[in-house]
Design a protein around this ligand. Structure first.
Ligand SMILES: [Zn+2]
Length: 100
């Protein structure tokens, strides 16, 4: 586990800690350090806040510009319209059967 030269946890370790990606031993050491160190607890909280801001930005700004997922309201309307367009074709095939 990497520490800063000062002995504090660096951002990479804190991110892996928050993601639960540290090994058991690394996790115990990081947790023990965090319990004893205000500076690293503040750094952890700043990282959590930054991640939360990124998620919120993605949800509010980026997701608004994405196309509608399949099965959404617009998709259902399009499917219904396709169904209407298919009716005359079905009617024609029924007429053809009557003619035979
Ligand atoms: Zn520290």
């Amino acid at each position: 586990m990497r520490h800063q030269a000062s002995g504090h946890l660096d951002d990479g370790v804190l991110l892996r800690y928050l993601d639960g990606e540290l090994t058991g031993r690394e996790m115990r050491r990081a947790r023990a350090h965090l319990e004893a160190c205000w500076q690293c607890r503040c750094a952890r909280e700043a990282l959590e806040s930054t991640v939360a801001d990124c998620i919120e930005y993605r949800r509010k700004v980026l997701a608004a510009g994405l196309p509608e997922p399949p099965g959404g309201p617009t998709s259902r309307i399009l499917q219904r319209e396709r169904g209407r367009n298919a009716l005359p074709m079905r009617g024609i095939s029924l007429c053809n059967k009557k003619l035979r």
